[in-house]
Design a protein around this ligand. Sequence first.
Ligand SMILES: O=C(O)C(=O)Cc1ccccc1
Length: 310
Amino acid sequence: MPASYAYLGPEGTFTEVALRTLPEAATRELVPMVSVPAALDAVRSGEAEAAFVPIENSVEGGITTTLDELVAGEPLMIYREVLLSITFALLVRPGTKLSEIKTVTAHPAAQPQVRNWLKANLPDAVWESAASNADGARLVQEGRYDAAFAGEFAAARYGLKALETGIHDAENAQTRFVLVGRPARPAAPTGADKTSVVLWQRDDHPGGLRDLLGEFAVRGVNLMLLQSRPTGAGIGNYCFCIDAEGHISDRRVAEALMGLKRICLQVRFLGSYPRADVEPNGVRDLPPGTSDGEFMGAADWVARCQDGRF
Ligand SMILES: O=C(O)C(=O)Cc1ccccc1
């Protein structure tokens, strides 16, 4: 039996479409799961080799269920990311007219992407969240709701009709998905990589967040995502999910992580993996003094000073 990738199902999710763009998906059994936690648990239990889940969208930011799963529980690691441009179709049972729609459903992350359209076209429709956009389509097929926002491709799978296509409040809305597995050696650097970490502060003090961010800033490491998530220990207690440009084998990133390890209560490494938004080696120029050569040259100079050989 081929190794399997679990993904946020059922069949016909945007997640499935994004997963199928990965060449390695062609050689794996793709197993739809009912939720992001179920997909990630399949990895933790060893049932699946990896899980493919949505993690961020350009309209609302981080997908909190996924971030919270990666922040807590048995550690997992991100190996790949995929970006997908998203527009929605309004799917109904054949024969349903727009004027007959009283209830609509989709994944909660879809709502901010269709809110204006709903207000303009179905202002009185009641919104109910579904486990995924394809699950919403399935529930419409079952007669539980009148309409679902999902990918147009999901219509045929669930015997539905697209009453409207190309629905998107924001131009160029994109969702980011990640392939998550058990911890192992990260893929080799490509020259255009991203490193994800979760940080817990040691204590609450003025400038605490600035201190954490300073570890990246002074080493010329650019940040691509910063999302605070409650730790669950009471109001005001947050950890920080951060995506930084670069690979853990880049000296500037490794040194930033060492700095954070020294000052944080806890640092969880979530992986270094190729960026989906740029070609390998396609990143902008590094700030002066932050290349591997410059870090190594400086370390060498200190060693020579310690030896009295400067
Ligand atoms: O993959 C899906 O269909 C999902 O339900 C997750 C999602 C939600 C909103 C936009 C893209 C993906």
